[in-house]
Design a protein. Structure first.
Length: 371
């Protein structure tokens, strides 16, 4: 049985997404486009089905979940299954709501398309991100929130534009880039600094043959690895125009109080930083770091397991500031003398990170698996 190929598209730009949807629907015979939108007020999910430029379905329903990705997944899977069962398409394009993350959706689609899932007649071909290189630097390094641009999934959606953008480009198999690198050279370099190392950069959707995207095969495990803060690495990108990426790393833990005191010096405006670290108060816990658009998220991601604990951040920016960031990281890290004293003095001590991460679980031994 020939499986119907599916392409998932994400974007932070409504104009760029609409141009892509229109181009695909008109120029690609046999392709059915499902476009989803989420209104800010009231919370409403809108599904549009487009075939050869004609809207054949346009439905609205109350947003059933605070998680927009959950709502889309619950609606899109049965709709696509029905379209395929009725023989209504040779290929599918799922256009996600503007600013929606592709990672969670594609993981669910990967499970649904595996036998005997509800979409086993469908093959997840590729995940693409639509990017405008002419606005990329401001979008990545600026402080706009999705609500500032009317692109939120509710009135309380204050996600940074930069966070939505970097999630899309670092997860995508293919980047469909609008605009010309020669006119925005530093922004073009920045894009290469933060995109997936194994992703493919292509011309805009107007210049790309959809058949190229349909011939690919999305690897969910590989895509998950791109998003794993434990394995964050710099992976290229020219620095000739002033864009840069540094890796600050140590096998030592970060001092929890010094980290709290210095967090504003590490998560500074105008940089993107991502990675994982450990502290002597939480020696078995993978602590994650994700900063973009002037917002910082610190969380937990399981235990280190068989991986030796380490602290590493990958930081991308432009202009000056690299040396100060490296020095701050050095000062926040435990010194060799502090490390040699062991963990005994820390395990019963108050943890300044409790206000961010919640109360600790005291482990007697590392966990069984890697984070």
């Amino acid at each position: 049985m020939t499986r119907v190929p599916l392409v998932v598209l994400s974007s932070i730009d409504p104009v760029l997404r609409e141009a892509a949807v229109f181009g695909l629907a008109v120029d690609s015979a046999g392709t059915t486009v499902l476009r989803y939108d989420i209104s800010e007020d009231p919370g409403e999910l809108r599904r549009t089905v487009i075939v050869q430029g004609e809207v054949v379905e346009d439905l609205r329903a109350p947003l059933a979940h605070a998680c927009a990705s959950c709502a889309i997944r619950e609606d899109a899977i049965p709709v696509m299954a029905s379209l395929v069962d009725r023989g209504k398409c040779d290929s599918l394009v799922l256009a996600l709501p503007v600013t929606a993350e592709s990672h969670g959706v594609s993981r669910t689609l990967a499970r649904a398309t595996a036998s005997p899932g509800p979409l086993c007649q469908v093959r997840l071909a590729s995940v693409g991100a639509l990017v405008d290189v002419t606005t990329f630097e401001e979008d990545l390094l600026g402080k706009d929130r999705v609500c500032d641009r009317g692109l939120g999934f509710g009135q309380d959606d204050e996600r940074p534009i930069a966070g939505a953008l970097v999630e899309q480009v670092s997860h995508a198999d293919v980047l469909l880039v609008h605009g010309h690198a020669p006119t925005s050279p530093r922004a073009s370099d920045l894009l290469d600094h933060v995109r997936a190392a194994d992703g493919v950069r292509m011309a805009s959707i107007h210049e790309t043959d959809l058949r190229t995207l349909l011939r690919l095969s999305h690897d969910s495990e590989r895509a998950d690895a791109r998003m794993d803060p434990v394995f964050a690495r710099p992976h290229g990108g020219s620095m000739d125009q002033g864009a840069w990426t540094i890796e600050v790393a140590t096998p030592h833990a970060l001092h929890p109080q010094r980290l709290v005191n210095s967090v504003e010096s590490l998560a500074i405006p105008g940089v993107r930083s991502f990675g994982a670290f450990w502290t002597p108060t939480r020696p078995f816990t993978v602590c994650t770091w994700d900063a973009a658009g002037g917002q910082l998220y610190i969380g937990e991601r399981g235990t280190w397991g068989r991986i030796p604990p380490r602290s590493r951040l990958v930081i991308t920016g432009v202009g000056d500031g690299r040396e100060a960031l490296m020095e701050t990281f050095r000062l926040v890290s435990l010194s060799s003398q502090e490390t040699e004293r062991g963990l005994g003095e820390w395990l019963g001590a108050p943890d300044p990170l409790d206000s961010w991460l919640g109360a600790r679980e005291i482990h007697s031994a590392p966990g069984d698996g890697a984070a």
